[in-house]
Design a protein around this ligand. Structure first.
Ligand code: 8ID
Ligand code: ZN
Length: 352
């Protein structure tokens, strides 16, 4: 019952993409180390928009198929060594494949593998109905987690969960989340809350403010309305010293110009959002030294981070606000995303 053709969102160049019919790799054509995954749902990440618009220093091999929050079921497999089998619920992430033998892979830093393949860049992503995925980086999805809700965890969730681990914070401390109303940010607010942190949500608009308060943010700063964001963020903490850390989930560079300033002494800024080429972090050298501030970064997560982030969602501690839309609405989703109008995540139903 595996069809000969399928729908896929194929991008030939930076002008956009087209949902068109392409062949399905048949079970007897699967390369070794691959599984054919019937993709049921896929979240749309701002990374997909960067890839389609081609505004990053890293370029996709075109024609490309983006999508890296894919939740689906294995319908065929050509990998006698893998424990995955037909019928397994699995996720397709940004890291689609890694060698698992280099220094980085062995230490659990698979995103740093020099041979890593990324969904949409040099591997086919989840904006297709039947993805010939590498088994090396497939993620098992817990039985008690809804597939549409699992989708955004596969990138947004695991990324912010790992960024929080890298933030050097502990329960009771304050953390600022610029981009708090978006996909990564709204999950960051929730994972942070679950870890016992107090959250300063930074984003714009009444709807995002309301949502951030609903999911437990202790304070809100509107980056469009505030005349002095640094002072406003510092004022959210009772001693006016600012948060212990900030996780930058904004896709625009502006958030990177002020974060090193509003964190408190000994504080940490975690760079996560990936603005177009040419963006910089601003850090005053004198006060970075005298206040012992740290700039670090976090790039998705490894396979274990993915498993843990899904488990936390399956246990009901975080729940992404999703709007499930038909595959053909992808173009509309990109437009809303570019305009900053999405709250939480849009998730595509590949078969609607
Ligand atoms: O591994 C990684 N480091 C990783 C993983 C996944 C995604 C990095 N990313 C990157 C994406 O490529 C993108 O650049 O994280 C960024 C955010 O992705 P997203 O959460 O999928 O984007 P979104 O849903 O559009 O949300 C972005 C939010 O940022 C706000 C917007 O209002 C929106 O709610 N925002 C903007 I635009 N400018 C802001 C600013 N100056 C801002 N919030 C605070 N300050
Ligand atoms: Zn992503």
């Amino acid at each position: 019952q595996i069809p000969k053709t399928q729908l896929a969102a194929v991008s030939d160049d930076a002008s956009g993409f087209e949902i068109r019919e392409i062949p399905v790799v048949q079970p007897n054509q699967l390369e070794p180390g691959r599984a054919l995954v019937k993709v049921l749902y896929s979240g749309v990440c701002h990374t997909d928009l960067h890839v389609i618009k081609d505004d990053w220093p890293v370029k996709a091999e075109r024609p490309c198929i983006a999508g890296h929050e894919g939740a689906g079921v294995i319908v065929a497999i050509n990998d006698p060594i893998s424990k995955f089998k037909v019928g397994d619920r699995v996720g397709i992430k940004w890291i689609a494949h890694s060698c698992n033998q280099c220094e980085f892979c062995i230490a659990g830093d698979e995103p740093l593998c020099l041979e890593a393949k990324c969904s949409g860049i040099n591997a086919q992503g989840s904006f297709m109905q039947y993805c010939p995925a590498y088994t090396s980086q497939l993620t098992p999805i817990p039985d008690n987690l809804d597939m549409a809700e699992a989708a955004p965890i596969l990138c947004a969730g695991v990324t912010v969960y790992k960024a929080l681990k890298n933030s050097r914070t502990r329960a009771g401390q304050w953390i600022a989340i610029p981009g708090a109303g978006g996909g990564l940010g709204s999950l960051a607010v929730q994972y942070a809350k679950w870890m016992g942190l107090k959250v300063i949500a930074i984003d714009t608009g009444a709807e995002k403010k309301k949502y951030c308060e609903e999911i437990g943010a202790a304070a809100w700063v509107d980056f469009m309305e505030s005349k002095d964001i640094v002072a406003a963020v510092k004022a959210c903490t009772p001693d006016n010293l600012g948060p212990h850390a900030a996780i930058i989930t904004s896709p625009k560079p502006e958030a990177y110009l002020i974060a090193m300033e509003y964190i408190r002494p000994r504080g940490t800024v975690v760079a996560v959002g990936l603005p177009p080429a040419g963006a910089y972090v601003k850090a005053d050298v004198f006060y970075t030294v005298l206040q012992n501030k740290t700039l670090t970064s976090s790039y998705v997560g490894n396979r274990q981070d993915a498993i843990e982030s899904l488990e936390i969602a399956a246990d009901g501690h975080v729940k992404c606000r999703i709007e499930t839309v038909p595959f053909k609405s992808l173009d509309k989703v990109y437009t809303q995303m570019a305009e900053g109008k999405l709250v939480g995540r849009a998730v595509l139903d590949l078969f609607a």
